[in-house]
Design a binder for this molecule. Structure first.
Ligand SMILES: Cc1ncc(COP(=O)(O)O)c(C=O)c1O
Length: 379
């Protein structure tokens, strides 16, 4: 069986790495296109030859925000650029007031460690942190119903788990979270780019993601979406000149936060990453996330069925609805297996006791067969 690329085939040639390697590691770092390479070279070249390229660089930052906003159905002034997902979550965590009676933060046992660290650090500001438990590799929506209460200020969850690919039903959870009077923060680092996200339809208050995984950029830029009405009620405690209303006026003595979500920006962002992000986002807007999602879904389902057929044990739920497109298999000595596959030109990503295989629109079923066959030879 080959879910041949038909429509997506034309895009494979944009990724030079695919000529010599099987790339299944978008959960860690996505493949880079020649367009992204050209965009980063343009930045370096103009800096080297012109001495300064500030206006053009700022324009690339704004373009990357505009394109990301379009991707998730938001307005540009609801997006801020940050340097990492950790910084984006911290910007929110340090803007909240943890008043008695409304100071509980709920996150889950399945979130990326940085999420736990950031919220736990807010205990010194009066926050009470709770972790929703995981049962049989699953987080049940009923748990949100059972554990959240009127004291819950914010619920911070991952759309898709970095570890086992478990996918939550964000629209359903959003309803429960809001009925409890809590804000909803979604970490979409493992879903943005291959899964359609409509922040308004899903009623997400805050969304964070970075650009180096499925968005096919490089490290240094992450996006923070905050619903405009909410953003303007929050007062950043971490700030800087680019977060001010009139930053160009260089007013040292007055603090006047910018409109919308830009108020969370601080200092000069990683411009080169913004060039990369802006160029990479063009591909998503061109192809369409729905189309990418459809292709990746088939690849993900194939990964599970082929892996099981070959005797591998997938982590996480087996229900297609509860899986992102990354599949994790329990593998002995996962780190060593990852290294061994790399020597054969197959890029996967290990975490603890699993090997993660994360396809994208540039992958085929043959890539997955090759990776699984190689793992089976080693095991
Ligand atoms: C789901 C998720 N959230 C957050 C992070 C951390 O992102 P950053 O290093 O940009 O803070 C990662 C990194 O792998 C991740 O997978």
């Amino acid at each position: 069986m080959n879910y041949s690329l038909s429509l997506l085939d034309e895009y494979r040639s944009l990724f030079p790495i695919l000529q010599s390697k099987v790339h299944l590691a978008a959960c860690s770092q996505g493949a880079l296109s020649i367009h992204v390479k050209q965009a980063t070279e343009k930045y370096v070249h103009s800096l080297m030859m012109e001495g300064t390229n500030w206006s053009e660089a700022i324009q690339n930052v704004e373009e990357s925000k505009r394109k990301f906003a379009q991707l998730i159905g938001a307005e540009i002034d609801e997006i801020a650029v940050m340097t990492s997902v950790s910084d984006a979550i911290s910007a929110i965590a340090t803007s909240l007031s943890y008043d008695e009676g409304k100071n509980r933060i709920f996150t889950t046992d399945m979130d990326f460690p940085t999420v736990g660290h950031i919220w736990l650090a807010q205990r010194q500001n009066g926050a009470e942190i709770h972790f929703l438990p995981t049962k049989e590799d699953t987080i049940y929506p009923e748990h949100y119903e059972r554990y959240l209460d009127g004291n819950t200020l914010l619920t911070s969850i991952a759309d898709v788990s970095y570890y086992n690919g478990f996918k939550q039903d964000i629209a359903q959870i959003s309803k429960i979270v809001h009925e409890k009077g809590s804000l909803l923060l979604v970490d979409a680092y493992q879903s943005a780019g291959h899964y359609p996200l409509h922040v308004k339809e899903m009623n997400i208050d805050i969304l964070v993601t970075g650009t180096r995984k499925y968005l096919l950029g490089i490290p240094g830029i992450a996006f923070l979406y905050v619903k405009k009405e909410l953003a303007e009620t929050l007062t950043p405690r971490i700030t800087g000149w680019l977060g001010q209303e009139a930053f160009a006026s260089l007013d040292l003595h007055n603090l006047c936060y910018g409109a919308g979500t830009r108020r969370f920006e601080t200092g000069t962002p990683s411009f080169i990453s913004a060039y990369a992000a802006s160029s990479a986002l063009d591909l998503f807007l061109d192809i369409g996330v729905e189309r990418i999602s459809e292709h990746c879904r088939k690849l993900a389902d194939f990964t599970v069925s082929y892996g099981v057929e070959k005797g591998l044990r997938p982590a996480g739920s087996l229900s297609s609805k509860q899986r992102g497109i990354m599949t994790a298999f329990y593998i002995d000595k996962a780190q060593e297996v990852e290294k061994s596959l790399r020597t054969k030109g197959i890029l996967v990503s290990s975490r603890k006791d699993v090997i993660r295989m994360a396809p994208h629109f540039y992958n085929t079923t043959s890539d997955i067969e090759q990776a699984i066959n190689e793992i089976c030879k080693i095991q």
